[in-house]
Design a protein around this ligand. Structure first.
Ligand SMILES: Nc1ncnc2c1ncn2[C@@H]1O[C@H](COP(=O)(O)OP(=O)(O)OP(=O)(O)O)[C@@H](O)[C@H]1O
Length: 684
């Protein structure tokens, strides 16, 4: 082994030196290329005057220079990318090695070739690197992009611990007896944000990461099984494997809340990739200008309200029965059930709703519903344009005749047009936003339950839309008026159990060019009511079993809440502490004065309780932050937060206050307790 270690240390030195030299030469090339770009730009400035002149031919000069400029800039970007990659790799060129059919294969963060095109390092996402994540040696196979399986004889699998370009340790796993690197990572709680797991991806996780792009995948797994980590690794894998057609702007990460995006934001840059787009279900409504000015309850407000209010409307609107009723209702809208609003302007009705209805059902009756509405939209825009023209004419005449306005005719015309446009802005907006369709009424009529319907009407009158109204209303909009984002090709959706079937359908139908990777855990329910299980028969469903986050003691406790939920792959720690206290703040104060944890989350049963305990502790715990519903920045080691904001995160130490609050909400308790990596305290 001693010799082997020296041999590997020597190989590492060689690789690091190569990377350093490569990096230096790239920096030089970069200077030269940026010089070229500056020169071309200067030449352009000198040769082609600012005012293009076709006669002079300088427009043609300009056009002829474009391809060259583009080539130079592409070259610049490529060199810049490679320079960044070599910079990143210099500190840790690789983390693993295989010997495949007698040849060494080093695996790291990017593929690097030497001057003779020998591959020094294989990117972890290349097909052959997949063998590394089988976590064993022997006769193994991997798949190449055309689907062919390649049989290989793997005689060595080695993991390296490398820091600052120096080899610290290495482990051979010729027989899989446990992953020492993984154990070391599990005990590392030095960072508060999610980290990448590229060096220790487990074989069941590897299969999920490498699922093909063209299918919908649904992954279930217990707390700590790496779902969020996989989501991020999978994005990196997809961007690499399908790089010719999938860029960061084509991938959407659907997050459970706004802070979550910040929590995961380090992973992709660390893997050398750009962060992708992000969205929450609640934020999706902003893309529908119809709903501007409508106030929808947020998810956090919904959770708090339904903690103590009757939830029958919520249950009805998230039910599978209502969803199938809604779909049937939409199908019949072509014959009856559409509702319209008068198109009004300045207190007078310009186009009465009866007329719109007649055009919709009679004149355009042969077309699909969405087509009919778009035809009406065009007709109404024509009417708007006519009104604008007429009003502009009247205004112009008035200005022209007024002795106060002396100006050029063109100036007066513009003034008249501006004034008329302003006056008709509300009319224009009604049309542009499709407000002539009375979507609220269509929605209300789709509700078969009388009591729920009555309650919904009252809420709508007060402009008080509930969270559970959002999904059916967006669904109606998408299917009646039509809306969608065609640019997104893949959606990664975390915490899938938190979405109802209607919500899921809204996302699928809105991102209609995208396939989905959805991940979640049926047992992690933070909502007091929850939603029926997702029906996703057409998805490729996969199940994770093992959990890597919490100590065995915490996992044992979690298994008392959901028996058999977790297969713990972890380390031992201290027992879970159940503590009866008079004064929770005083207890926490004395706890941290004895021993300040590296990170800590104090999780409370409500916003009020969070505010209270924060006030009591803020002077004792420097840097303590009271996490808010609207926060978008996660970066904090000491947090107080109400339970419904804790989704997806993890902390070295978790203190759950007023823990008996969750006695009737065992699945909420399950989520909160599973946030702890090392120490869990349940106070009461
Ligand atoms: N293969 C792995 N190697 C190292 N660490 C891992 C691995 N898989 C998961 N982890 C670690 O386990 C912890 C839990 O991972 P993650 O948050 O991705 O799980 P999750 O399934 O999304 O959890 P939850 O459903 O509870 O939110 C993280 O600290 C992550 O780094």
């Amino acid at each position: 082994m001693g010799n082997e270690f020296e041999h590997e240390a020597g190989h590492l030195d060689f690789t690091v030196n190569f990377l350093k030299a490569y990096n230096a030469s790239l920096s030089k090339q970069l200077d030269m290329t940026s010089g070229d770009i500056l020169e071309t730009r200067k030449a352009l400035n000198d040769d082609v005057s600012n005012t293009f002149d076709f006669e002079d031919g300088n427009v043609m000069d300009f056009i002829s220079m474009v391809p060259e400029m583009r080539m130079t800039e592409m070259k610049f970007n490529y060199i810049e990318d490679m320079r960044e990659t070599t910079e990143r790799l210099m500190h840790k060129p690789y983390f693993g090695k295989l010997v495949v059919d007698g040849e060494p294969v080093y695996i790291g963060g990017a593929t690097i070739q030497d001057n003779e095109h020998n591959i020094l390092i294989y990117d972890w996402r290349t097909p052959i690197a997949s063998l590394f994540y089988e976590n064993r040696v022997g006769e193994l196979t991997y798949r190449i992009p055309d689907g062919t399986k390649i049989k290989s004889d793997v005689t060595l699998r080695r993991q390296f611990q490398i820091e600052g370009g120096k080899l610290l340790n290495m482990f051979d796993s010729d027989l899989y007896i446990g992953d020492e690197m993984l154990q070391q990572l599990i005990t590392d709680s030095s960072r508060s944000k999610l980290k990448n797991i590229v060096a220790t991806i487990q074989s069941e996780q590897n299969i999920i990461i490498r699922q093909p792009l063209n299918q919908d995948t649904l992954v279930y797994g217990p707390p700590g099984s790496g779902k969020t980590s996989l989501a991020m690794q999978r994005i990196a894998y997809l961007m690499f494997t399908y790089r010719d057609r999938l860029k960061a702007e084509n991938i959407m990460l659907m997050s459970p809340n706004e802070v979550f995006n910040d929590y995961v934001s380090d992973v992709l840059p660390e893997l050398g990739e750009e962060n992708v787009k992000n969205m929450t279900f609640y934020r999706m409504r902003n893309a529908f200008i119809y709903f501007n000015g409508r106030r929808f309850e947020s998810l956090a407000e919904n959770i708090q309200r339904l903690g103590h209010e009757d939830a029958s409307a919520y249950k009805y609107k998230t039910s599978v029965e209502y969803f199938s009723h809604l779909k049937q209702y939409i199908e019949r809208l072509g014959e009856y059930g559409m509702h319209f609003r008068d198109l009004k302007y300045g207190g007078k009705v310009l186009v009465p709703k009866e007329l719109i209805e007649r055009v919709f059902y009679e004149d355009l009756g042969a077309h699909p519903v969405t087509r009919r509405l778009h035809k009406i939209y065009e007709d109404l825009l024509d009417i708007y344009r006519r009104e604008l023209k007429q009003l502009t004419g009247e205004k112009f005449k008035a200005l022209d005749e007024s002795p106060e306005y002396i100006g050029e005719r063109e100036e007066l015309k513009k003034m008249a047009n501006d004034e008329a446009t302003k006056e008709l802005a509300a009319l224009h907006a009604q049309i542009r936003r499709f407000r002539f369709v009375q979507l609220e009424k269509v929605y209300v009529r789709s509700i078969a339950d009388k009591a729920v319907r009555r309650e919904t009407i009252e809420n709508i009158k007060r402009n008080d839309f509930k969270y559970e109204d959002l999904a059916p209303m967006l669904y109606l909009y998408i299917h009646i008026i039509g809306a969608g984002n065609k640019k997104i090709r893949h959606v990664i959706l975390d915490e899938v159990q938190d979405y109802s079937n209607i919500q899921y359908a809204v996302m699928k139908d809105y991102y209609r060019n995208a396939t989905f990777t959805s991940l979640g855990d049926k047992h992690q329910q933070i909502h007091p009511v929850g939603s029926p299980e997702l029906i996703a028969d057409d998805h490729h469903v996969m199940q994770l079993q093992k959990s890597y986050r919490s100590t065995n003691q915490i996992n044992d406790y979690l298994n008392t809440i959901v028996p058999g939920g977790i297969d713990s792959v972890s380390v031992d720690g201290q027992d879970v502490q159940f503590i009866d206290v008079e004064d929770e703040a005083a207890h926490i104060r004395s706890m941290v004065s004895r021993d300040m944890p590296e990170q800590m989350a104090i999780i409370t049963p409500s916003r009020e309780a969070a505010d209270r305990i924060f006030e009591e502790l803020k002077d004792d715990i420097p840097g303590l932050k009271n996490l808010q519903e609207v926060d978008t920045i996660y970066n904090q080691d000491y947090l107080v937060l109400p339970y419904y904001l804790s989704k997806g995160f993890e902390y070295n130490t978790v203190i759950i206050t007023e823990s008996s609050f969750y006695d009737d909400l065992p699945l909420v308790k399950y989520v909160l307790a599973s946030r702890a990596t090392r120490n869990l305290y349940l106070l009461d």
